[in-house]
Design a protein around this ligand. Structure first.
Ligand SMILES: NC(=O)c1ccc[n+]([C@@H]2O[C@H](COP(=O)([O-])OP(=O)(O)OC[C@H]3O[C@@H](n4cnc5c(N)ncnc54)[C@H](OP(=O)(O)O)[C@@H]3O)[C@@H](O)[C@H]2O)c1
Length: 333
C-alpha cells in the first residue's frame, strides 16, 4: 500500500466522506485525475439510458463534449428531444439522437435494440443508467415489480439483444449505474420483488441494485471472452432531481455535502473513455478505482454460486431471452 492508497482507504472507510463531494475532491487530487475533456471519443457510438435528468444528462453532456455519437434513451419523446437539443447546443456536437423507451417494458426494449442495430454498425459503449426509487409499489406491463423490471430485467434484455454488435466492436463496454445503497442488501432471488405488504422503496431499490452488480460480474465471467468489458459503479451521493424527489429529507439535510451531477457522473464517463477499465472485467467502481462489492459479511455469505445462477436463470426466463454466444450456444453456468 502506498501513501495514496492509505489516504484513499481512510476516505473510503466512513461512508459520509466516501460518498459525498469530500470523497470526490480528495480522490481527484490524490490520483491526479485526467480531465474528462481530454478524451477524444469521435466515431464511438454510445447508447445511454436515463439521459434526460441528473447523472445521465451530466454524463451525456460530457460524452458529447468528447465528440461521441450518442443515442439517448428516456421514456418520453418530448423530454428526450429537449435533452438532445440542450446537449447539441452546449457541445456543438450534432451526433446526438434519441429513442423513447421504458426500460421496464420489454417490447419497448426490443424496439429500442432494433433501432440501435438498424442505425449503427458499431456499439462502443452501452450504459445502463436509467433508474428510480419509488415510494409506492408499481408493476411493469408483464407484472414484474417495476424497479426490478426497469433496472434488472430490461437492461439484461437490452444487453442480450445488442451482444453481437458489442462483440464485433473492438474494446466495447457495458456499464451499469448501481448504488451504494446495495451494500445494505444481500442477493435474494425469491425476495427480489417485494410484495405489496412488505414493500419499502429503499429496500426494493437496494435489492435491485445488488442484483445489477451480481449480473455485471456474471456477464463478465460469461461474455468477457468476446472482448466486451462489463463494469458496474456507484456515484456516491449526488444532488439530482431523482434524489430530491425520492429522498427529500436526505437531500435537504445532506444538501451542501452532496456531489454535483457532474461529480457523480465522472466515473461513468471515465469508464466509457479511459484505457484502464479495459485491463479488467466485471469491476465495481467508485471515483475511478475498483471497490469491494461488500461491506458486510452477511451480504457476502448470501451470494452463493447457486443463488447467482438462479438469478441469471430467472432474469433470462422473465425477459424470454437466454443470452447466447455468437455460435448460438447458450453459456454454461
Ligand atoms: N443521484 C444519486 O445520488 C444516485 C446514487 C446512487 C445511484 N444512483 C443511480 O443513478 C442513476 C441516475 O439517477 P439520478 O439520480 O440521475 O436520477 P434522475 O435525476 O431521476 O434521472 C433518472 C433518469 O432515468 C430515466 N428513467 C427512469 N426510469 C426509467 C425507465 N423505466 N425507462 C427509461 N428511463 C427511465 C429518467 O428519464 P425519464 O423520466 O425522462 O424517462 C431520467 O433520465 C439511477 O440508476 C440511480 O439509481 C443515483
Amino acid at each position: 500500500m502506498n501513501g495514496r492508497d492509505i489516504v484513499d482507504a481512510l476516505v473510503e472507510a466512513p461512508v459520509v466522506t466516501s460518498f459525498t463531494r469530500i470523497g470526490y475532491v480528495v480522490r481527484s487530487r490524490l490520483d491526479g485525475w485526467r480531465p474528462l475533456q481530454g478524451y477524444d471519443l469521435s466515431g464511438r457510438v454510445i447508447v445511454l439510458t436515463g439521459a434526460t435528468s441528473g447523472l445521465g444528462k451530466a454524463a451525456a453532456m460530457q460524452l458529447a463534449d468528447c465528440g461521441a455519437t450518442l443515442v439517448l434513451v428516456g421514456r418520453d419523446a418530448d423530454r428526450n428531444d429537449q435533452a438532445v437539443a440542450a446537449i447539441i447546443e452546449s457541445s456543438g456536437n450534432s451526433n446526438v439522437t434519441q429513442v423513447a423507451a421504458d426500460m421496464g417494458d420489454y417490447e419497448q426494449v426490443k424496439a429500442l435494440a432494433k433501432r440501435v442495430l438498424a442505425d449503427h454498425d458499431r456499439l462502443d459503449v452501452l450504459i445502463h443508467n436509467a433508474g428510480a426509487l419509488t415510494a409506492d409499489r408499481r408493476t411493469a406491463p408483464d407484472g414484474t415489480e417495476a424497479t426490478v423490471a426497469s433496472q434488472v430485467v430490461g437492461p439484461f434484455l437490452l444487453t442480450s439483444l445488442l451482444l453481437d454488435r458489442l462483440a464485433t466492436t473492438p474494446q466495447s463496454r457495458v456499464l451499469t449505474m448501481s448504488s451504494g445503497g446495495m451494500y445494505s442488501s444481500g442477493l435474494t432471488v425469491s425476495g427480489l420483488q417485494m410484495s405489496e405488504a412488505e414493500y419499502r422503496g429503499t429496500e426494493q431499490y437496494a435489492r435491485a441494485k445488488r442484483a445489477q452488480v451480481v449480473l455485471n460480474e456474471m456477464w463478465a465471467e460469461r461474455f468477457g471472452g468476446l472482448g466486451i468489458h462489463f463494469h458496474a459503479m456507484h456515484p456516491g451521493w449526488a444532488s439530482t432531481p431523482g434524489v430530491d424527489a425520492s429522498l427529500p429529507t436526505f437531500s435537504k439535510i445532506m444538501g451542501p455535502l452532496l456531489r454535483s451531477p457532474e461529480q457523480g457522473a465522472d466515473t461513468l464517463v471515465w469508464l466509457a473513455a479511459d484505457e484502464l477499465p479495459l485491463q479488467l472485467n466485471g469491476g465495481f467502481w467508485l471515483d475511478r478505482r475498483p471497490r469491494s462489492t461488500h461491506k458486510l459479511r452477511g451480504t457476502k455469505n448470501a451470494e452463493t454460486p447457486d443463488r447467482r445462477q438462479r438469478l441469471w436463470d430467472w432474469v433470462s426466463e422473465t425477459c424470454g431471452n437466454e443470452p447466447t454466444l455468437p455460435d448460438g450456444e447458450p453459456v454454461a453456468g
